[in-house]
Design a protein around this ligand. Structure first.
Ligand code: UD1
Ligand code: MG
Length: 449
């Protein structure tokens, strides 16, 4: 029986009213990607024969996000049971087990899904995944019978005080034989507190037919439902805890783990040291022996071995930081290749550029890459020295080993090994400072009399 085929239905058509958002609930991100994508990634590991996503009419964004998983439309939101029925036609030719998941419960692990599959394989008509909730709140309650099988699921709004006191709750993850499922679902009514067609009612209907149902217990942390922003924040905390653990187990030191934020796809090498308050957006790779100092913000960037980033550095998309490079405080790098051993230690903007190996970028250097219409490139040769407060007006090329005097506005290419200076000549008036000082002091003393 364990080799039965599986089809998966992911429910994502709900309006997400409690989220108070123009964005569909399942599109809200966790660790930088929509929650529904987290769920699909796990589901795909089960290698189901089919996956179908149930969405609302106005949810093209969800359709694009779940692609190539096909979507069916639930025209009216009449409840979870009604939503599953929207997928009936699409799965008409399918025979086997149907696994139903809610798009707003995205943290389930592959191991838990597998355990759930095994429970269903034990022969119960419907297998439900439950958890012991610290705060049962709005979750459906699982009513067990004397033989420790599942008798019914009662929604919180319909529960008697005795039922509401039960802490064993419905996660929404359910598995049933396809034939049984469609038969039961077509008998579900909407005579309840919400006036909705509840998927959860199929348990009582199965029992009425003399079938047995199982409730398998899972971990609350994996099964939380995300209905509002408070639950979204809680889920983010859980995901971050997992990602921090993954980085540390992988050989990275996190000085103050709880202040570091990862994205779902952050890749961290070994012997990486990450200081407090560092944020990783999506698409980041940090290779071995890199140090990321406090308060740095990094997204879609690649950092090669031995580099030191921060404190207070910002690496934006396309920052390609070479081996042993130093990027210091208040330096922003965007779409730029910084080659081996180059340094930009303070207060600089390097965008749309190449900085050659061993080059030194002085404090206050700006690549002026945008004229309001077009972005253009700056090329800085190996070993070049850019003096402080230099504006490099792109497109411009600084040759290998060239030096730029501090305060220059460089608009023309500079040849290799040349020194370029662009500033007015310094004047000096001997004794003038002293004279002015004495004149002003005398004036001030007079005004006080
Ligand atoms: C549901 C369960 C509850 C369970 C909880 C777990 C029902 C009746 N209740 O409650 O027992 O404890 O999940 O988190 O199933 N959806 C549709 N179309 C609809 C209604 C909902 O696609 O017409 C989708 C939503 O997008 C969501 C999922 O189904 O992904 C669950 O709906 P939601 O309204 O969040 O149900 P809960 O009140 O959380
Ligand atoms: Mg929910």
């Amino acid at each position: 029986m364990s080799d039965r085929h599986i089809a998966v239905i992911v429910l994502a058509a709900g309006l997400g009213t409690r989220m108070k958002s123009a964005k569909p609930k399942v599109m809200h991100p966790l660790a930088g990607r929509p929650m529904v994508r987290h769920l699909l990634e796990t589901v795909e590991q089960l290698e189901p024969e089919k996956i179908v996503c149930v969405i609302g009419e106005d949810m093209d964004g969800v359709r694009e996000t779940v692609a190539p998983v096909p979507c069916v439309i639930q025209k009216e939101r009449l409840g979870t049971g009604h939503a599953v029925l929207a997928a009936e036609k699409t799965l008409a030719g399918f025979s086997g087990d149907i696994l139903i998941l809610y798009g707003d419960s995205p943290l389930i692990s592959f191991e838990t899904l597998s355990a759930h599959k095994t429970a269903r394989a034990a022969g119960h008509a419907v297998a439900v995944l439950g958890f012991d909730a610290e705060e049962p709140g709005a979750y459906g309650r699982l009513i067990m019978n004397a033989s420790d099988t599942l008798e019914a699921i009662i929604e919180a709004k319909d529960a008697t005080p005795e039922q509401a006191a039960i802490s064993f709750c419905n996660s929404g993850v359910m598995m049933a034989d396809s034939e049984v499922l469609w038969k039961l679902l077509n008998r579900v009514g909407n005579d309840n507190a919400k006036g909705e067609y509840y998927l959860t009612d199929i348990v009582a209907l199965a029992r009425a037919d003399g079938l047995t149902c199982a409730a398998v217990e899972g971990d609350e942390y994996e099964l939380v439902g995300i209905n509002d922003r408070v639950e979204l924040a809680l889920a983010e905390t859980l995901v971050q805890a997992h990602l921090r653990m993954r980085a540390m187990v992988g050989g990275a030191t996190l000085t103050d783990p709880e202040t570091v934020y990862f994205s779902y796809d952050t890749k961290i090498g070994q012997d990486v040291v990450i200081g407090p308050h560092v944020v990783f957006g999506p698409g980041v790779t940090i290779e071995d022996n890199v140090e990321i100092r406090a308060y740095s913000h990094i997204e879609a960037a690649h950092v090669k071995p031995g580099a030191i980033i921060g404190p207070f550095a910002r690496l934006r998309p396309g920052a390609d930081i070479g081996p042993d490079v130093h990027i210091g405080n208040f330096v922003e790098v965007k779409n730029a290749v910084i080659e081996e051993g180059a340094k930009a230690n303070h207060l600089a903007y390097i965008g749309d550029a190449r900085v050659g190996a061993g080059a030194n970028i002085g404090a206050g250097t700006i690549t002026c890459n945008y004229d309001g219409y077009f972005k253009t490139h700056t090329d800085i040769g190996a070993g070049a020295f850019i003096g402080s407060n230099t504006a490099l007006v792109a497109p411009v090329k600084i040759g290998d080993g060239a030096s730029i005097g501090a305060g220059s506005v460089i608009t023309k290419d500079v040849a290799a090994d040349s020194l370029a200076l662009e500033r007015s000549e310094q004047k000096e008036l001997a004794g003038a400072a002293k004279k002015i000082r004495e004149r002003k002091a005398a004036k001030k003393a007079k005004s006080k009399n």
